[in-house]
Design a protein around this ligand. Structure first.
Ligand SMILES: [Zn+2]
Length: 480
């Protein structure tokens, strides 16, 4: 009896010790720090809540959790702790990125099919290397592969972020993506939601071909199971979706068809009409403000994904050389071909203008009290990769939307955690939360591009070497 009581007590005191995961030899190659107690001192603290960065701060983490945060002078250093002197480097929360995928756009030789290719090896590493400690996969094309990737990461077999799994896309009656199911009726959509929830998926995404009755059935089925649903919509407008109880909408305002001329209920807008409307939109007009206020009142959050859209503008900067080096040769050729076609258009195009307008609308939405989050969407022209694309998406919140760097960081950390319903455990550097944090050789609160200078990524208290993770997939992205 006594033995049982002792065992029980031991069990109570054993923290859910993530650091005691039996990591594979492969994963161990990238782990730089894995100690029961780690003390970071003399750091420039960026808390994720939007507060000004504070120098000379200590963060103490223990068994995968943040234990204490405060001034260096007041810190009580536990005996035997691993001490890391940050020497003025920044320490900030791990990124919580909401529009990630395990696949990339790939060349199609047949126009009937749009080709997407799963990258189970390289993408999880790129996400973690860039500092994304939690990602929502936002639409699956290989659901069993996504389940397996998450399981292997959680078991320590491969390095990667914590994954919030989104089920296969809830598509409507027809689709050009051969990996997507065609849901012919609302009842089909509800059954689809229930099936994938049973398989272990914990969030949903509806796609462009769903109409209002189908979307309503999907939302109700997801909510019945207390799960969240987002969407990249087209037939259904943002206002209609918000009225139906949609939790989240993807792609800022670029996927909004609310302003498209002649748009009929339950039908797609005329080709090109929604970008045209967005390109000419007077965003200071009362009707636009009322539209945004409506979404906020309905508590529908919005995910910004400016990096994927920038890839179709004529104004985009030269490709990032490191991202090019990461690509496999066929992926690079495919991307560079598409890029030169995009850049050969005479700007400013309708698309360029819609991109500029909707970027500003994201800031309006945030300023008016809406919950704005950010994601990468590593698809589009083929140049938006996991990792590098995460950084670009955050930079563009500053460059295109007009946020301050501290606001952009908050959107990419705390706000993501709120939208996922995980803000009790991740998203900021505060005692009690998961030790998901980034050590940065710069100050991203002043210059947002300094997020590219990430040295170490701590996930559940285990510190990974960012450079080594990037190195491990160099030249392979697109191939595997
Ligand atoms: Zn997507």
């Amino acid at each position: 009896m006594k033995k049982i009581v002792l065992l029980f007590i031991a069990y109570l005191f054993a923290a859910p010790a993530f650091s005691q995961i039996k990591f594979s030899d492969e994963t161990k190659k990238y782990i730089e720090y894995n100690d029961p107690v780690t003390v970071f001192k003399n750091g420039l603290l960026i808390d994720g809540k939007g507060n000004a960065a504070k120098p000379h701060q200590t963060v103490i983490i223990s068994n995968g959790k943040i234990e204490w945060v405060g001034d260096d002078a007041k810190a009580a250093i536990p005996n035997g702790a691993k001490l890391i002197d940050l020497n003025g480097k920044a320490i900030m929360p791990g990124l919580v990125m909401l529009h990630e995928h395990m696949y990339i756009s790939a060349p199609s030789i047949e126009a009937r099919y749009l080709h997407l290719k799963q990258l189970p090896f390289s993408f999880p590493r790129l996400y973690l290397a860039a500092g994304a400690t939690t990602i929502r996969t936002c639409g699956s094309i290989e659901p069993y592969s996504d389940l397996r990737i998450k399981k292997d990461i959680d078991l320590g077999v491969f390095p990667g972020p914590n994954m919030e799994l989104t089920a296969p896309y809830i598509e409507g009656k027809s689709t050009r993506f051969p990996q997507m199911n065609e849901n012919k009726t609302p009842a089909d959509a509800a059954a689809f939601v229930n099936y994938w929830a049973d398989q272990g998926f914990t969030s949903f995404k509806s796609y462009m071909g769903v109409d209002k009755p189908t979307l309503k059935a999907a939302i109700d089925a997801a909510h019945k199971r207390k799960l969240k649903i987002t969407g990249h919509l087209d037939i259904v407008t943002y206002k209609e979706a918000a009225s139906l109880g949609m939790d989240n909408l993807e792609h800022g305002f670029m996927a909004s068809t609310d302003f498209a001329a002649g748009k009929k209920e339950n039908e797609p807008p005329a080709p090109g009409s929604s970008y045209k409307a967005l390109s000419n939109l007077d965003i200071q007009h009362d009707s636009v403000k009322q539209f945004i206020q409506f979404l906020i009142d309905k508590k529908t959050s919005i995910t910004s994904s400016l990096s994927v859209f920038e890839g179709n503008t004529t104004t985009q900067p030269q490709p990032n050389q490191e991202a090019l080096n990461a690509m496999s040769p066929d992926t690079r050729d495919f991307y560079l071909q598409r890029l030169s076609a995009i850049k050969s258009a005479k700007g400013p195009t309708v698309y360029d203008k819609a991109f500029a307008t909707t970027s500003k609308m994201e800031k309006m939405f945030y300023d008016m009290g809406g919950l704005l989050t950010v994601g990468t969407d590593p698809t589009g022209n083929g140049g938006t990769l996991a990792g590098y694309g995460n950084w670009r998406a955050i930079e563009l919140l500053v460059e295109a939307a007009g946020f301050t760097p501290l606001e952009a960081i908050k959107i990419a950390t705390l706000n993501g955690s709120i939208a996922l319903g995980f803000d009790k455990t991740i998203g900021t550097i505060e005692p009690g939360k998961s030790a998901d944090l980034l050590i940065i050789d710069g100050d991203p609160s002043k210059n947002i591009s300094d997020i590219r200078k990430v040295l170490y990524v701590f996930k559940n208290g285990v510190g990974y070497n960012s450079k080594k993770l990037f190195e491990s997939v160099k030249g392979k992205v697109g191939f595997n």
